[in-house]
Design a protein around this ligand. Structure first.
Ligand code: NAD
Length: 294
């Protein structure tokens, strides 16, 4: 049994912590929101008074927080209180620069660390089938892999410090661009009198095939499990897609990468969010492309 501190028990953190409890670990949890702590307690998490108290006896510290500033502030608070040699795993989706600063803070205190953002959403977090994209040293990854297993379908070591966050934002930039591309194709098909099913049958087995089409099809019908069939209830909310596209743009600016379609996708999702659809599934962008404000 390992003692694991879990800081950030929100939509993702709570089901992830529950899977660690089920795997037989002692999980010491903390969140700022009392309701989230109640849910965690019901899952068998031991609730601690604050973040430093949660990490005090922990062999592993996992953070699942909104953004880089939260991760850096928690690391500053808790790294000095952690056990020598403890392993820090940050699974939040944050900017690469903050991820590298978090690694540096951990290293200053003699701690092992990896950035390990996830793909798979709340469904994957509950089922324990998340994909983890890890960045950090070989030693840190070797220590983290067995801890991540009960929460994971797949764990990929992407490279050194920050490589997990880099993989996450590159992947989600592909996703944002490809969803807009698929949605535009359906809107064009509608104008041309081509049925959704006909476009799907052709594109899903042709060169237009991609995940946004075959798993998350933005029109109801062809893929019965896609959010389009439940009025675009997420799924993966447009607010989170915008967050990831903005992180990709920040990284592109900082590194000099040319990403014109990533930039356009960020702008389109910013407009979609601004129209009041931040809580809708990101595939709902098809309605925005049709010119409908629903
Ligand atoms: P969430 O807002 O539900 O949870 C974040 C939690 O962190 C909140 O409960 C908040 O109270 C807590 N928190 C903030 N500051 C804190 C502090 N200083 N100390 C303790 N707790 C603190 O968000 P979420 O949906 O669980 O997402 C968490 C991270 O995972 C984000 O970075 C998000 O981008 C990423 N992510 C989310 C999804 C998804 O589908 N929800 C999918 C992949 C990745």
């Amino acid at each position: 049994m390992t003692i694991i501190a879990f800081i950030g028990l929100g939509n993702m953190g709570n089901p992830m912590a529950a899977n660690l409890v089920k795997a037989g670990h002692a999980v010491h949890g903390f969140d700022l929101v009392p309701e989230n702590l109640t849910v965690a307690r019901d899952h068998g998490v031991v609730i601690m008074a604050n973040a430093p108290a949660a990490v005090k006896d922990a062999d592993v510290v996992i953070t699942m927080l909104p953004a880089g500033k939260h991760v850096l502030s928690v690391y500053e608070d808790v790294a000095p209180k952690a056990k020598t040699g403890a392993l820090f795993i940050d699974s939040s989706t944050i900017d690469v620069e903050s991820a590298r600063k978090a690694h540096a803070t951990a290293a200053e205190h003699g701690l092992l660390s990896i950035d390990a953002p996830v793909s798979g959403g709340t469904v994957g977090a509950t089922a324990g089938t998340l994909t983890f994209m890890a960045g950090g040293s070989d030693a840190a990854f070797a220590a983290a892999e067995p801890i991540l297993k009960p929460m994971a379908g797949r764990v990929v070591h992407c490279g050194g410090d920050g490589a997990g966050q880099a993989a996450k934002i590159c992947n989600n930039m592909i996703l944002g661009i490809s969803m807009i591309g698929v949605a535009e194709a359906f809107v064009l098909a509608e104008k041309l009198g081509l049925s959704h099913q006909a476009l799907y049958d052709v594109a899903s087995t042709s060169s237009g095939q991609c995940w946004s089409l075959t798993t998350y099809c933005p029109v109801p019908g062809p893929v019965p499990t896609s959010p389009a069939n439940r009025d675009y209830k997420p799924g993966f909310a447009a607010a989170l897609m915008l967050k990831d596209l903005k992180l990709a743009q920040e990284a592109a600016l900082g590194s000099g990468a040319v990403t014109p379609l990533g930039s356009e996708a960020a702008q389109l999702y910013a407009l979609f969010n601004a129209q009041g659809h931040a809580d809708a599934d990101f595939s709902g962008i098809i309605n925005f492309l049709r010119g409908a404000n629903t």
